[in-house]
Design a protein around this ligand. Structure first.
Ligand SMILES: Cc1cc2nc3c(=O)[nH]c(=O)nc-3n(C[C@H](O)[C@H](O)[C@H](O)COP(=O)(O)OP(=O)(O)OC[C@H]3O[C@@H](n4cnc5c(N)ncnc54)[C@H](O)[C@@H]3O)c2cc1C
Length: 648
């Protein structure tokens, strides 16, 4: 982590200097009546968005929730590898790694072939395949994930905090906005009701440039937009409990998928802290529009069901930390913003929905929290770029286009997975049903999917056609930048290359060098640096304000092929040693070399053309946007010109 750039400071470097906005206007008790972005809902989607926007002191963000305070218990717990990569961008992955339970292996249980009233283990696999991510799959209570985001927000320059006990009453959009790109400055008016006893019934009004409904499966924002969650009627009741229990079930500290012959199935998730266990028990199928509350399912019934499924093993529940019974259907909204398809060319969106507000699915694939956070990680940088006038407002359309497609894939996957886990099992006596081995095969086959690393955005104005993909076959356009170990040239520190991409709204360009020494006059990477530094067509020059640091908008990093001891830092292109901040201090963290000692050469791992090298453009949400030859200067300029606005 870099700090002291603008002068030496004592204390925790994660706490930003307070901004002018914080000094003058933020009041945790009363709402600002005019903001840039109003976020409704402090779940994972809302907090990811608020934490992302908190990185920009010039953007005024407000986040509200009807709850009286932060979530303390329950809800989701699965944190996919891809989500951990995102947590690293927000700066708290290491704390999650320490506190969470790691899912290293998953076991599979089915009825014993010799006695179908007993379960027996039939499979055991590594949970995440080697090399898929530099981070593991972990589980940690959703409330703790919220805590980490809340801390990022509190430490930001604007000291952002949620306003609790506010319930959304209404959303109104200025009529003029429905027909033009040139909208009034704060076109959305939101009314909220205070529901804390001291202010019960008080109505507050907020005008916003953008409103984002992260208000869960029963989203009021979605209803105001007139959008609906559509899905099949196969609604399912689920029981879930977080328990401290004594058991002789041997895989109690493994993730286990357990299918009994006649008593249903369990997904068992060991939890953080070494003792707690989450047990998901599949309960009744519900009729269309039936609510699970009407079934009066008790905790005792849940425990009894779990005990029956686990036979011959015993389960003695000592304490239940949290339990819930809820219904879930696979449902999806057809668009995640307020602009009908027919109007996309005429006006940008001003209201968005994210997370469970636009897609719901079963907890069996452990995706709800992960996908919700990825929704708003996708949206946050786009809103910031438009508000800071770095990008044209048309990029906001890519949010719904990209995330709706991903949600649809998720729902299709979830539907298939749930069907498989709920179907009767094939046994030695009954040839009908699903083969348990098939369940395991399906789980392995979709490992990339559940790890969150299979997301692939289609070509768009911010994701190029793969014309030069052969130059870096392992860094696929539209997919997340697959990090790899490297050595930082200036201080020989082993680092993860992907960690360079922080949640700060900046674009990254990784220049993977050609085979020549970077000091050679004919080096292609040197030529690229000269283009960035000197050419009027350079995206770095065109889009960076004259008063800002040279890497404030586009952060260029280089990866050389030579070992770090073979290169002389004095001979490197000066563009890769930029001077920054009030003292024009030199930034030494732009250059990397392969980790030859660790035998993990990034050029081999990511199949980068050693002769030619290449340029890899990475979006602020860590997705690969383009792969180009090192000397494709015109293509690089044209790509950015498609959506960026020249700096004022
Ligand atoms: C009770 C419950 C139990 C769950 N259990 C599991 C589980 O066991 N495993 C699993 O994988 N997933 C579970 N989920 C789903 C998982 O928590 C979600 O997928 C994930 O939280 C989605 O995040 P989100 O931010 O989109 O929505 P949410 O986490 O639902 O957050 C929405 C927020 O909006 C607020 N809100 C709603 N309406 C308004 C309004 N009108 N005005 C102001 N604020 C409002 C809510 O108070 C809430 O804080 C559960 C969800 C719920 C609600």
């Amino acid at each position: 982590m870099q700090f002291h750039l603008n002068g030496f400071r004592t204390g925790n470097p994660e706490i930003a200097e307070p901004s002018e906005q914080d000094k003058t206007s933020f009041n945790p008790d009363s709402l600002a009546n005019e903001v840039d972005v109003l976020v409704i809902g402090c779940g994972p989607a809302g907090l990811t968005l608020a934490a992302q926007l908190a990185a920009f002191p010039d953007i005024k963000t407000q986040i509200v929730d009807q709850r009286p305070g932060p979530l303390l218990l329950g809800q989701a717990d699965g944190v996919a590898c891809r989500t951990m990569e995102m947590f690293e961008a927000f700066g708290f992955s290491e704390r999650v790694l320490k506190e969470a339970h790691w899912i290293n292996e998953t076991t599979f249980w089915k009825p014993d072939d010799t006695c179908e009233n007993k379960i027996a283990r039939h499979g055991r696999i590594q949970d995440v395949e080697d090399g898929l991510s530099e981070f593991p799959h972990v589980v940690l209570n959703q409330a703790r994930v919220h805590d980490f985001y809340l801390e990022v927000m509190r430490n930001s320059a604007n000291r952002l905090q949620p306003h609790y006990s506010r319930r959304l009453l209404g959303v109104h959009v200025d009529g003029a906005v429905c027909s033009a790109y040139a909208a009034p400055s704060h076109p959305v008016t939101v009314s909220l009701e205070r529901i804390d006893p001291a202010h019960q019934g008080q109505i507050e009004t907020v005008k916003a440039r953008y409103v984002v409904g992260c208000d869960g499966a029963r989203s009021a924002v979605r209803q105001f937009l007139g959008r609906v969650l559509r899905g099949d009627s196969a609604n399912q009741a689920w029981g879930v409990m977080d328990v401290l229990a004594v058991t002789n079930f041997p895989d109690i500290r493994m993730k286990a998928l357990i299918q009994s012959a006649h008593e249903g199935s369990i997904v068992l998730i060991p939890r953080e802290g070494g003792y707690l266990v989450r047990i998901y028990v599949e309960l009744d199928k519900l009729k269309e529009d039936e609510r699970v509350a009407g079934r009066n399912i008790t905790l005792d019934r849940l425990i009894a069901a779990a005990q029956r499924i686990l036979r011959p093993y015993t389960l003695e529940v000592k304490e239940v930390a949290w339990w819930s019974v809820y219904e879930i259907g696979q449902r999806l909204c057809d668009k995640f913003d307020d602009v009908p398809d027919a109007d996309v060319a005429h006006r940008p969106p001003h209201i968005f929905i994210a997370g469970d507000a636009c897609h719901t699915h079963s907890p069996k694939a452990g995706q709800g929290m992960n996908v919700s956070m990825q929704d708003t990680f996708n949206l946050g940088w786009k809103l910031a770029a438009v508000l800071l006038r770095r990008c044209a407002a048309k990029i906001l359309h890519t949010y719904s286009a990209e995330r709706q497609g991903i949600a649809k894939e998720l729902i299709d996957f979830d539907r298939e997975w749930v069907k498989m886990l709920s179907a009767p099992l094939k046994s030695s006596t009954d040839g009908e049903g699903v083969d348990p081995a098939e369940v395991q095969r399906y789980f392995v086959k979709h490992g990339h999917y559940t790890a969150g690393t299979a997301t692939k955005y289609k070509p768009s104005l911010i994701s190029a056609e793969p014309s030069h993909q052969h130059l870096a076959k392992g860094l696929v356009i539209g997919m997340r930048f697959h990090s790899a170990p490297v050595i930082r040239l200036a201080d020989a520190k082993p680092v993860r290359l992907g960690d360079a991409s922080k949640a700060d709204g900046r674009w990254r360009i990784f220049a993977f060098a050609d085979a020549q020494a970077p000091s050679a006059r004919t080096s292609r990477v040197r030529g690229l640096c000269e283009f960035f530094a000197d050419s009027p067509q350079s995206p770095v020059r065109r889009y960076t304000p004259a008063t800002a640091d040279i890497d404030a908008v586009i952060d260029v990093r280089a990866v050389f092929q030579q070992g770090h001891r073979e290169l002389n830092i004095d001979a490197m292109p000066q563009f890769l040693l930029p001077t920054k901040g009030r003292y024009a201090l030199r930034d030494y963290e732009k250059m990397f070399c392969p980790d030859l000692k660790g035998n993990t050469d990034v050029f081999d791992l990511r199949e980068i053309d050693r002769e030619l090298g290449c340029v890899v453009v990475v979006r602020p949400d860590q997705y690969v946007a383009n792969v180009l030859p090192l000397d494709a200067y015109a293509d690089l300029s044209a790509f950015f010109a498609g959506f960026m606005l020249p700096a004022a």
